[in-house]
Design a protein around this ligand. Structure first.
Ligand code: 13P
Ligand code: MG
Ligand code: MG
Length: 381
């Protein structure tokens, strides 16, 4: 049976600032998911939050980009927006950037990660299905570049690339140029690793422009292991309306890397663009699912939930909150300390985002005003 896993996420309002959605918003989304399962649009569904973003985690038989599922997600975010508006919450409907999207919500504001696969309990390679759902807040899709590079291209981080003959065959990475905004389509490149790993590195060096959108197995080229929501809100809105806050699906085990290999790079707390006003560079903190943002200068955060799927495409009713585990407590402390030290540098240089990112913020008005005040001073002879 062909199953599609769709994660669709949006910020449609939050309490007291960019912190977390309200319980009533979440309850409204959960009710709608239950109804959709009852009327068989969805096979199963979950609602989670990471900071101020609500993620709808859905399995169904309608394929990638299905208008029915995307339309359902959009309507669910509208219903949650109504709840937020009634309660006077902040930033209502923030990520719903068009009036009503035609079918697919990719490019309309919400973050979308989707993978379709054959769910066959008799399959030689994939009798059972395991996957991770990542959700980042206060960051952009390039936040996944370092961890995914480490896992799929670097045996110093992922020994499985040496130990498993199926992983050793390598992967095909699809990298998207997120600056390319065209109605006629996306600009993407497909590179095989390990052969092209350094070419991949050259692109990923710029996480504000290039991001990994998909990864496929080279052992089984039809099998997609990773999907990332690699779209930039400022390219859709033309101005800063909030950060992209990307979601990702990573399938695990068997022909794919193991859970413990995939999460290893998050020990670092690497620096990403995002944070307060989406305009800073700060370290990424792994957090439990359903964590609010309440710290100084936000801190970019990421959650990770591990799931299994039964032969009918249902989630097993029980999930594992990976970053909620005690194993990540020391990392959280380290990342907070790293952030505190870094913030002491204020606004000068690399603590703020690159000028390409700041181009969507108000600092540009001041800079262009100052441009006019500059005068040429002739060299004294
Ligand atoms: P979000 O993108 O999570 O809404 O945060 C926006 C922001 O500007 C926080 O300072
Ligand atoms: Mg927000
Ligand atoms: Mg957010």
């Amino acid at each position: 049976m062909k199953i599609t896993l769709s994660i669709i996420k949006a910020d449609v309002g939050s309490i007291g600032g960019h912190t977390k959605p309200s319980e009533r918003m979440l309850a409204r989304a959960r009710d709608r998911i239950s109804e959709a399962v009852e009327r068989k649009l969805l096979i199963d569904g979950m609602v989670t939050y990471t900071g101020d973003d609500i993620a709808l985690v859905m399995s169904h038989g309608n394929g990638v980009g299905a208008a029915s599922v995307h339309g359902f997600a959009w309507e669910t975010f509208l219903a949650a927006t109504d709840e937020a508006r009634e309660a006077g919450l902040y930033g209502t409907g923030q990520d719903l950037l068009v009036d009503s999207p035609s079918g697919n919500v990719r490019g309309a504001g919400p973050a979308v990660a989707e993978i379709s696969f054959e769910r066959d309990p008799r399959s030689k390679d994939r009798a059972a299905e395991q996957f991770l759902v990542f959700a980042g807040d206060k960051c952009s899709p390039g936040a996944y570049s370092l961890p995914l590079y480490a896992v799929f291209c670097d045996p110093m981080h992922n020994g499985g690339l040496l130990l498993s003959p199926k992983l050793h065959k390598g992967f095909t990475l699809t990298i998207i140029d997120m600056n390319h905004a065209s109605a006629s389509g996306d600009r993407v490149i497909r590179l095989d690793v390990p052969e092209r790993a350094w070419d991949v590195a050259c692109l990923l060096q710029n996480p504000d422009r290039f991001a990994i959108e998909a990864i496929h197995s080279r052992h089984k080229p039809d099998e997609q292991v990773v999907s990332v929501s690699a779209t930039r809100l400022h390219n859709i809105a033309g101005t800063y309306t909030g950060k992209d806050d990307p979601v990702a699906i990573v399938r695990t085990q068997g022909i794919f890397p193991a859970l413990e290999e995939i999460v290893e790079p998050y020990l670092l707390g690497h620096f990403v663009t995002g944070d307060c006003r989406g305009s800073h560079v700060m370290p990424l903190m792994p957090v439990a699912i359903d964590t609010a943002v309440a710290g100084a200068y936000c801190l970019p955060i990421i959650s990770c939930v591990a799931c299994s799927m039964d032969p009918m495409g249902r989630f097993t009713g029980e999930t594992l909150d990976v970053f909620g585990n005690v194993a990540w407590d020391a990392t959280r402390l380290k990342v907070q300390q790293k952030a505190d030290e870094w913030r002491r540098q204020g606004f000068i240089g690399p603590t703020m985002a690159s000028h390409a990112e700041l181009a969507y913020t108000g600092i540009m008005d001041t800079l262009s005003g100052l441009e006019r005040e500059f005068a040429h001073r002739a060299e004294a002879r």
